[in-house]
Design a protein around this ligand. Structure first.
Ligand SMILES: Cc1cc2nc3c(=O)[nH]c(=O)nc-3n(C[C@H](O)[C@H](O)[C@H](O)COP(=O)(O)OP(=O)(O)OC[C@H]3O[C@@H](n4cnc5c(N)ncnc54)[C@H](O)[C@@H]3O)c2cc1C
Ligand code: SF4
Length: 600
């Protein structure tokens, strides 16, 4: 099995998976490796990372020196070959024009979804993150705990390859010995931030990123991931030998043709395809989940984007992995006599409690980092270190004025400059030219440090999406309308981020050229801007307070599952994708169990 067209789609699948990103890739991988016959439906085009990844091109060979444009937001060579902030013919709407009430939605439309580009920061949620309401009375507890997900974090980390270290810090879980790959060395700016952070009581530790610092252990890992399954072990072992270690020299956001970082297209799909159990149908836009006479999911109706024709694909079970909001849209557009308000929506909660990550930035010039001897600071795309949330005690004592924490990511180093050129904070604030430009570049390049705060959002009643009553996309499918509101907790958290970062710049000997936003309203990014949207089909312990059960299985339809971040009952500061993959693996195990038991 491999790529199929609407004509060659079989009528004999166990599972239809909608979406091919982190969630769909992981679900399809687990199902196919364990013997289920899977059809993956993907709205975007096929994408071959080996032949299409522009890893080695330089910006000077690209239009506008590779600068971002509205249709290639992250630059000309970015891996996102379909989709972005604007997807032609596929609008969405916002209910309010009021400042701060808009949601902005990034949608990748390509095989592998956002995983071809993503930042690859792969953090585990900690024990507190699954039970936040029990700690401070806000939002919801998950119906599962860290211990339920930990074995799946282990498996995903071993499969995709994550570097990092175990530091024994509060709510920042360690991985079992031998699971993480060794982290790369910190860059000079990061070392200075660590040294000066100590004086402020801020711990700087190696970040966890899905990049291979050495080849995966192709002998030890496959039996741990697929015990008793010789075929899966053989396929995975062979596949792992085809993934090279990182050589630290090319921007990861363009994708990785040597398969050293995690993309669904380089890690999940090749072994799943090698089983012969996976068919991939690209350019197919799922429109609804249709039902059989007993009210069970019978399959998915989709538009073949190449012809505009509508088709159906049937299976014993349906797994939705289209990204949290797109999964909401599919469910709400799946109306029937039995489910007039949308599928799996007897609670009325489909679309409710969507969340993003709180984001605020700060940066400054640090004279100590000027005029360093030329040296190579390439490495994995993005920082090599980060700061997990460190103020649990102060927060518990009520000293911060807001609930929930944030982590800090860094931007430092002398990597290959992008279209904008080296940062040159020349003394007079004017641009330099000629030999002065060269002197300035040697002196200043690499002396600018940036801090990125990424914080937890508490789910609230004012942040949700629904079907817009009038607007449809180019295939006539009703689109989503968003409602958004940050609470004071998130806004104050953003203010705290900027204040902390400004202090830190001074502790590093730098100067702040402006004052941090004391209020947080200007500092905080719009909803959706951090591209960590989750929720909308949250999991819970009862059909009245949630859309899915603790196994991501719809309460209303036993053979319908959600594998993406829709099931998140809270959105910890940790970037969501490792948790999405861990839960997708767990969900796929549930599908297999339910099929074995004859329940679906
Ligand atoms: C610039 C950027 C940086 C990021 N950095 C990080 C990071 O460092 N760490 C982290 O944890 N997360 C990061 N993320 C977020 C991460 O990419 C997402 O959390 C993750 O990809 C979500 O996986 P998913 O499978 O749910 O969605 P996606 O990866 O978006 O995949 C969904 C797929 O479903 C397809 N689809 C949608 N609707 C339909 C339909 N109706 N029919 C058929 N197919 C459909 C889409 O085309 C897409 O291919 C980043 C994202 C971006 C854009
Ligand atoms: S830096 Fe490493 S992981 Fe990133 S694209 Fe280059 S080789 Fe691949």
């Amino acid at each position: 099995m491999a790529s199929v067209s609407p004509i060659s789609v079989s009528d004999n699948y166990d599972v239809v998976v909608v979406g091919s990103g982190a969630a769909g890739g992981q679900a399809a991988y687990t199902l196919a490796m364990e013997g289920a016959r899977v059809l993956m439906i993907e709205a975007g085009r096929k994408y071959d990372p080996v032949s299409e990844t522009p890893m080695f091109q330089t910006n000077d060979t690209a239009p506008l020196r590779g600068a971002g444009t509205p249709d290639k937001y992250f630059g000309f060579h970015d891996a996102t070959v379909g989709g972005g902030w604007i997807v032609p013919g596929e609008p969405y709407t916002n209910a309010s024009d009021e400042e701060g009430r808009q949601f902005t939605w990034w949608r990748a439309r390509m095989l592998g979804g956002r995983t071809n580009h993503w930042g690859r920061i792969a953090l585990r949620n900690g024990p507190y993150d699954f039970k936040p309401c029990s700690r401070d009375g806000l939002g919801f507890d998950w119906p599962i705990s860290y211990e339920d997900v930990a074995p799946y974090y282990d498996k995903v980390e071993m499969l995709i390859g994550v570097f990092g270290s175990n530091n024994g810090l509060e709510n920042t879980p360690d991985s079992p010995d031998g699971v993480l790959l060794p982290p790369p060395r910190a860059r000079i700016g990061e070392l200075l931030a660590r040294q000066r952070g100590r004086g402020l009581g801020i711990p700087v530790i190696p970040i966890h990123r899905a990049v291979l610092t050495r080849m995966l252990d192709h002998r030890a890992i496959p039996p741990r991931l697929h015990p008793g399954n010789a075929k899966a072990q053989r396929i995975l072992s062979e596949d792992m030998q085809g993934r090279a270690a990182c050589f630290w020299a090319t921007p990861c956001g363009r994708g990785c043709s040597i398969r050293a970082n995690y993309q669904s297209t380089t890690v999940h799909l090749p072994p799943a395809l090698a089983t012969g159990n996976l068919d991939i149908l690209a350019n197919a836009m799922a429109r609804e989940v249709y039902l059989d006479t007993k009210g069970r999911a019978a399959g998915v109706t989709y538009i073949d984007k190449t012809t505009g024709q509508e088709h159906r694909a049937s299976a014993r079970a349906v797994v939705l992995a289209a990204g949290a909001c797109e999964t909401v849209r599919l469910l709400l557009n799946s109306k029937s006599g039995r489910f007039p308000n949308g599928l799996a929506n007897s609670s009325g909660l489909v679309g409710r409690y969507i969340m993003d990550t709180v984001g605020a930035e700060w940066g400054g010039h640090v004279p100590l980092l000027e005029s360093l001897p030329p040296h190579n600071e390439d490495g994995a795309g993005g920082g090599h270190v980060y700061v997990p949330w460190w103020l649990y005690r102060e927060q518990k004592r009520g000293r911060l004025g807001f609930a929930r924490g944030y982590h800090v990511e860094f931007g430092t180093g002398k990597m290959m400059p992008g279209a904008e050129g080296p940062y040159l904070p020349d003394a007079g604030g004017t641009t330099s030219f000629g030999s002065r430009l060269k002197e300035d570049a040697r002196r200043y390049y690499g002396s600018y440090v940036s801090f990125t705060g990424r914080g937890e959002m508490i789910p609230n009643r004012d942040s949700f999406c629904e079907i817009d009553p009038t607007v449809v996309d180019k295939w006539g499918i009703p689109v989503l309308r968003f409602h958004w509101k940050w609470s004071e907790h998130e806004i104050k958290q953003a203010a705290h981020m900027q204040r902390t970062f400004a202090d830190w710049i001074e502790a590093m000997g730098g100067t702040n050229t402006k004052a941090p936003d004391p209020d947080g309203r200007r500092a905080i990014h719009a909803g959706g801007a951090i591209i960590h949207e989750v929720g909308g089909t949250i999991m819970g312990n009862s059909p009245s307070n949630s859309v899915t059960n603790p196994w991501s299985q719809a309460w209303d339809v036993a053979n319908l599952f959600v594998a993406d971040g829709g099931v998140f009952a809270s959105n910890a500061d940790k970037n969501p994708t490792l948790t999405i993959m861990a839960l997708a693996w767990r969900t796929a195990d549930r599908v297999l169990d339910e099929m074995r038991r004859g329940n679906i």
